[in-house]
Design a protein around this ligand. Structure first.
Ligand code: HPA
Length: 247
């Protein structure tokens, strides 16, 4: 079963032929909301909205451990995460899509591992390549096929939020090598790795990052909303194409 975690750029999966919804409890608490199960092109799929019903859960408040645990427990063999991001790299414009290949984590204080507690030994996971190569390839090919403007690599800087960054912080992220900035890839990607579930992400560029392009003096929330609404169709098309191709 393929699972999709949606964010502000994908609040539901319209092409899903829904069979049922389930509210799950995990040893780590409750996921962001009920998981929707169904089929797409005859394949089993699950959808979970990261920000909860009515979009009330902020990125630093999301129970990432419960979300990933619940999807894993219900049989997710791959997870596609959809997230909106701001663009740092000059050639990335609002409305573009990126399939990130690397992550730099600037978050703090989030519960970011399943390996804690006295009964656990010291456990490390390899995270050299945080995204699954095969899922990324399928997303890239699907995006090309449906003709959505897409960058097939990007370094995703994950900030704590919920405030947006200062212009100087964005300059620093660029010096660090980041192409886009968002608030949700971590600990999501690391938890998927701890569970051994392949994970890849579709980043939707919602805005120029602080101090860049149209956001030189401030970031307009109205235009973010408009961009995300326009881009949602493209994201859906990518996912549907990937599933249709048997990915
Ligand atoms: N910064 C952090 N997260 C974001 C942004 C941004 O500019 N845009 C969308 N998510």
């Amino acid at each position: 079963m393929l699972a999709v975690i949606g964010g502000s750029s994908l609040s539901q999966l319209a092409g899903l032929d829904v069979s049922h919804r389930e509210v799950l409890r995990t040893p780590y608490g409750e996921p962001s909301g009920a998981i929707t199960f169904g089929q797409m092109f005859g394949r089993p799929m699950a959808f979970l909205g990261r920000n909860g019903y009515g979009h009330t859960i902020l990125p630093h408040e999301v129970n990432y451990r419960a979300n990933l645990w619940a999807l894993h427990e219900r049989g997710a063999l791959g997870i596609i995460s959809v997230a909106s991001v701001g663009s740092i790299r000059a050639d990335l414009k609002p409305g573009d899509v990126v399939i990130p290949h690397q992550i730099i984590d600037y978050t703090w204080g989030r519960k970011s591992t399943y390996f804690e507690g006295l009964d656990r030994g010291v456990t490390h996971v390899d995270f050299t390549e945080p995204y699954d190569a095969n899922l990324r390839k399928q997303l890239i090919e699907a995006a090309r096929e449906v003709g959505v403007p897409m960058s097939d690599s990007a370094v995703y800087a994950v900030t704590q939020g919920p405030r947006l960054e200062t212009a100087a912080e964005i300059d620093r992220l660029e010096r660090d090598g980041a192409d886009v900035v968002g608030m949700t890839a971590m600990p999501e990607a690391a938890l998927a790795r701890e569970l051994g579930v392949p994970y890849a992400s579709i980043g939707v560029v919602a805005n120029h990052a602080a101090g860049r392009g149209a956001s030189r003096h401030s970031i307009s929330f109205e235009s973010i909303q408009a961009v995300l609404e326009r881009s949602m169709g493209g994201v859906r098309n990518i996912i549907e194409k990937m599933v249709e191709r048997g990915g």
